[in-house]
Design a protein around this ligand. Structure first.
Ligand code: TRP
Length: 339
């Protein structure tokens, strides 16, 4: 089994990022270590240039995200951790796959339609071909499994279509060039919402810092943010159904459940009937206990640029070694002469 997944580098990492992709990756790494599989995790910095960006911020965010991943438990000695830009085989394979991907397929991608909006003529070509690069990311390594959020399922199906067409057109059934990857979509990925508004996603770009728990927050900041989190005056219900129409309460309970690794129902069986005066301190304590070691590693590592660059360099070297054979097979299959 080979697991491959990518994440776009962003700064100001928060609880939503941790409980979203990052924690899943760490869990995949544990599974693969015990089952003899392999994990490749990368910063999708090449994808980041598909939309307007500030170069100095991209570089800083790439390092910041690397620090966060390692702080949260992605172990560079057990998983291959790198950024795309140091593995030119991603961009090379994308070009080769551009001959196989169809305009019609890409035109149907919902992320393209959403992000380009009404201004398709002004969107970058990179935004349009973004899913072809994503296909190259996983096909390059013969990935068998790709952990992604629900929103990336369509891109994974496209990667399978590209792989299948390429194999059909340019390879034999006995010796296919690419493996068809399966998506792994976490069952009920906790959607972490703003602490100030239970209907908005927790976000790095919310102007209020009180709306999110940052990976850089210390214990006092966490306790204070939880204490001030928006709630309603009702006591907590004893069952999940009672959270309907109470987005702030549902969010705090969901955070507790995700952090404790238990179900929403078991949180409610413990706190049902209690007010927030009792629940909030318990949630604050839980967050502080679980996040303190992560925070500690993160604040140290994020300022150690040499250490971060060394991690990415070493990861990229391993990734290049794994990438070359498949890339060469693709060149040869297409009739491209390589000395
Ligand atoms: N597009 C993905 C996202 O926005 C990130 C990504 C890039 C990715 N390449 C990938 C995810 C390959 C899985 C596999 O979340």
């Amino acid at each position: 089994m080979r697991v491959v997944s990518g994440i776009q580098p962003t700064g100001n990492l928060h609880l939503g990022n941790y409980l979203g992709a990052i924690r899943n990756w760490v869990a995949m790494q544990e599974t693969m270590t015990s089952e003899g599989g392999e994990c490749l995790f990368f910063l999708a910095d090449l994808h980041a240039i598909s939309q307007p960006h500030v170069p100095s911020e991209l570089a800083a965010n790439t390092r910041e995200m690397t620090a966060a991943l390692v702080a949260c438990g992605v172990d560079p000695s057990r998983s291959i951790l790198f950024n795309q830009a140091q593995v030119p085989q991603h961009a090379e394979l994308q070009w080769l796959l551009n001959g196989t991907a169809r305009m019609g397929w890409l035109n149907r991608m919902t992320q393209w339609k959403d992000k380009a909006g009404k201004n398709r003529e002004g969107a970058s070509i990179a935004l349009f071909t973004y899913p072809v690069l994503q296909a190259a990311d996983v096909l390059l390594y013969q990935a068998t499994h790709v952990p992604v959020g629900e929103d990336q399922k369509q891109h994974l199906e496209l990667a399978r279509d590209i792989a299948q067409k390429f194999n059909n057109d340019f390879a034999t059934e006995e010796a296919p060039v690419f493996t068809l990857p399966d998506p792994i979509i976490p069952p009920e990925a906790a959607r972490i919402m703003s602490l100030r508004d239970g209907s908005a996603k927790m976000s790095k770009s919310d102007p209020s810092d009180m709306s999110r728990i940052n990976l850089t927050d210390d214990a006092d900041a966490i306790m204070n943010k939880v204490k001030k989190a928006k709630t309603d005056p009702e006591p907590l219900p004893s069952e999940k159904a009672g959270l309907e129409g109470r987005p702030e309460a549902a969010n705090l309970i969901g955070i507790y459940a995700a952090m404790a690794g238990i179900s929403v129902d078991s949180v409610l069986s413990e706190f049902g009937g209690e007010g927030f005066g009792k629940f909030k301190p318990a949630l604050g304590e839980l967050l502080v206990t679980k996040l303190a070691p992560i925070n500690d590693r993160f604040v140290h590592l994020r300022q150690d640029r040499n250490a971060l660059d060394a991690i990415l360099r070493a990861g990229a070297e391993k990734a290049r070694t794994l990438a070359v054979p498949t890339l060469e097979k693709a060149y040869a299959a297409l009739g491209l002469v390589r000395g």
